[in-house]
Design a protein around this ligand. Structure first.
Ligand SMILES: [Zn+2]
Length: 326
């Protein structure tokens, strides 16, 4: 995919979808250099508890905790927009950000790390996030390479399973969930505020992106959603990586959709169909009109599932996409 093509795709999404400001995609990483720094982004804060606020801007949804011990945030969106994001955060609380937690390595979730790292915030993330950010990452889905990040962007505290921050009146636990959207995802639980940030395990209202090249899989995504359901009750406010604020009932529906979509594709694998035959059989037809027209197409979605189930740990573009590559 060329940058020009990407730009036209972005324009289409900006104009035609309700996700305008919250564009869900890795494409935005590549487009980071295209995003006009001067163009004002609308930041929409939603207070979820005495201390926790969800901030929607451009990139992955952010959770911000501000209280007696200071300010910390979950994810920091796109690099070119960091100054605007920090201004939006300062409107809520003007102290500096003590800690940043990254839910995964994609540029629409870690783009602000460089500025925050340079100015003294401690960045905390799963081991695999630091590993992937430290080296060039080629991705077959975008047919493009994201270069290694500068040292200031890298997490300085990493963990392999979970880590807990005892701040602002609660013990906030960051749970690693293996091989879901990527191989470095975490779900963050605020037990007193009763908030769960799902990262990109949860795309609310559109087919999710599974980064096969980045270690993701449908099986891991379902397992991670099940942990989210365990952590939540009927009152829990659930922040998806992309899309509007959610709740346990909607997360359960998302879970059931993932399970059924996986079963439909598994049935085709069991019959011996190859990927193209599986796509042609339209195993996700019941959701294609509602979830498949926003970003990830039905063909891409079936490919994520089919490759996950057959152990192909990278994206395989359909023949029709080849003409996009240059
Ligand atoms: Zn992502």
């Amino acid at each position: 995919m060329t940058l020009r093509h990407l730009e036209s795709v972005m324009k289409k999404f900006c104009l035609n979808t309700r996700f305008g400001q919250g564009l869900p995609f890795l494409a935005l990483i590549l487009a980071g250099s295209l995003a006009a720094q001067d163009k004002p982004v609308e930041y929409v804060p939603t207070q979820l508890s005495d201390t926790v606020t969800m901030i929607k801007g451009q990139g992955g949804n952010i959770a911000m905790s501000a209280g007696a011990d200071g300010v910390f945030i979950i994810d920091d969106q796109l690099k070119p927009l960091t100054d605007q994001l920090l201004a939006a955060i300062r409107k809520i609380d003007d102290r500096s950000v003590r800690f940043v937690i990254n839910t995964h390595y994609h540029g629409d979730h870690v783009g602000g790390n460089e500025t925050l790292g340079k100015t003294g915030s401690v960045i905390i993330a799963h081991d695999n996030i630091r590993r992937r950010m430290s080296t060039d990452q080629f991705n077959n889905f975008f047919n493009d390479t994201t270069p290694a990040y500068p040292p200031e962007s890298l997490p300085v505290v990493t963990f392999n399973d979970r880590v807990t921050l005892h701040l602002n009146g609660e013990s906030v636990t960051v749970h690693h969930v293996p091989r879901g959207h990527t191989d470095g995802d975490s779900i963050v639980h605020f037990p007193v505020s009763n908030v769960v940030h799902m990262g990109d395990i949860y795309f609310n209202g559109l087919y999710p992106y599974i980064d096969l090249d980045g270690g993701g899989s449908i099986q891991g995504m379902i397992g991670a959603v099940e942990l989210g359901l365990e952590l939540a009750d009927d009152q829990t406010k659930i922040i998806p990586g992309h899309g509007p604020l959610s709740n346990r009932t909607e997360l359960q529906l998302y879970h059931d959709f993932l399970v059924k979509a996986r079963a439909n594709v598994q049935a085709l694998v069991d019959k011996g169909l190859d990927l193209q035959q599986a796509i042609a059989a339209k195993p996700t037809a019941e959701w294609d009109a509602t979830l498949g027209g926003i970003w990830i197409t039905p063909e891409q979605w079936v490919t994520f599932i089919y490759n996950s189930l057959t152990g192909v740990n990278h994206y395989t573009p359909p023949a029709s996409q080849d003409s996009d590559s240059e």
